[in-house]
Design a binder for this molecule. Structure first.
Ligand code: NAD
Ligand code: IPM
Ligand code: MN
Length: 363
């Protein structure tokens, strides 16, 4: 079977890591008898350079008509790049927000688990790590502060900036349903994270989550305030299974969760909507500080490609094979610099991609 994948390499390390994910997908194709046809698209700074805007209507249309989208990352050095000279809607990140909104990808799934081989790269103490952790952060992706009205004015010589946080109940319910569905297939534990002691939007969030819970009596739901959640993540990460939260809280908590897996270079993500079309990208950014040096960790992007196989193409066996290959590479002792610990074998981006591809087998 042929799958049409829109590939958006983006900026910084984006092209390097996406190349490795395609290498792995091609090996999956060769071993399992599929073809992946790639259509490269520009977004972010790369699109600004060519078209003057971070996302063109053509790119959005191409993405919409593909079977799925694989993305590296977009963005440059904020404050140190001409991509940031104009207003917010002309900057690289606006491309990313535009494609998420344009494809109605409201559910961002960011799984964070600790490979036992990476325990030394995890900054937490052994007694806190315990038996490790395995959680899924479900981040709402097309609402909240990211998409509310914003403006900056000067009143009586004083500059004033406003960002608004809006959620309606339907936006909350559709992500809650996805989270309950996922919780039902896992250990049946869902923690919804909000700031209901201060924000109206969080009080509505909590009410809608509780209403949705009535449909899922098999899922145990509890609520946690976001500041406490940030603390609990590094105090007792093993308590989390499915974490459901709004856009901004999910952005911040997923970076925190990624670091305790050993590196932000390990955390994959899938952004889904109502159809099979998904956007798959690592949770990290374009890392301009290490771009072009063949040192970026491609595993988050490779694991995102595995999520694509699972969620967009229903190729569970193939997705398992990619995840098993990543596990095997780590077991064999290979590490990029960000997850390196003594006694391991240090490899670059390209070698890491090849090592994973070499381990794709029919299981
Ligand atoms: P970042 O995630 O790019 O980098 C943070 C730190 O993690 C850096 O030290 C970087 O070198 C390191 N890092 C990130 N990915 C890595 C990898 N795969 N392997 C090894 N080390 C890795 O975050 P930032 O520096 O805050 O942002 C840089 C740019 O990326 C900004 O323009 C930002 O807007 C953009 N960004 C884009 C996305 C996206 O496209 N999804 C996500 C986050 C940030
Ligand atoms: C992410 C990124 C983006 C976000 C930025 C680049 C707009 O940090 O995907 O986590 O905040 O969603
Ligand atoms: Mn982020």
């Amino acid at each position: 079977m042929n799958y049409n994948v829109a590939v958006i390499p983006g900026d910084g390390i984006g092209p390097e890591i996406v190349t490795e994910a395609m290498k792995v997908l091609d090996k999956v194709g060769a071993v399992y008898g599929h073809t992946f046809t790639y259509k490269k698209l520009l977004m972010g700074g790369a699109s600004i350079d060519v078209h003057g805007v971070p996302l063109t209507e053509e790119t959005l249309e191409e993405a919409r008509h593909s079977d799925s989208v694989l993305l590296g990352a977009v963005g440059g050095n904020v404050g140190n790049s001409r991509w940031y000279d104009g207003p917010p809607q002309t900057r690289p990140e606006a491309g990313l927000l535009g494609i998420r909104k344009g494809l109605e990808l409201f559910a961002n799934i960011r799984p964070a688990w600790l490979y036992k081989e990476l325990a030394d790269a995890c900054p937490l103490k052994k007694e806190i790590i315990g038996d490790g952790f395995d959680m899924v952060i479900m981040r709402e992706l097309t609402g909240g502060l990211y998409f509310g009205e914003r403006h900056t004015v000067t009143e009586n010589g004083v500059r004033k900036a406003t960002d608004t946080l809006v959620y309606d109940e339907n936006e909350i319910r559709r992500i809650a349903v996805k989270a309950f569905e996922i919780a039902r297939k896992r250990s049946g534990n869902l923690i919804s994270v909000d700031k209901a002691n201060v924000l109206d939007s969080s009080r509505l969030w909590r009410a809608v989550v509780n209403e949705t819970a009535a449909e899922y009596p098999d899922v145990k739901v509890s609520h946690m305030l976001v500041d406490n959640a940030a603390m609990q993540l590094v105090m007792n990460p093993g308590q989390f299974d499915v974490v459901l939260t709004e856009n901004m809280f999910g952005d911040i908590l997923s970076d925190e969760a990624s670091e305790i897996t050993g590196s932000i270079g390990m955390l994959p993500s899938a952004s889904l909507g109502k159809t099979k079309l998904g956007l798959y990208e690592p949770s990290h950014g374009s890392a301009p500080d290490i771009a072009g040096k063949d040192i970026a960790n491609p595993l988050a992007t490779i694991l995102s490609a595995a999520m694509m196989l699972r969620y967009s193409f229903d190729l569970d066996e193939e997705a398992d094979a990619v995840e098993a290959a990543v596990q095997q590479v780590l077991t064999d002792g290979y590490r990029t610099g960000d997850i390196y610990s003594e006694g391991c074998i240090k490899v670059g981006t390209k070698e890491m991609g090849s090592l994973v591809a070499d381990r794709i087998l029919i299981r």
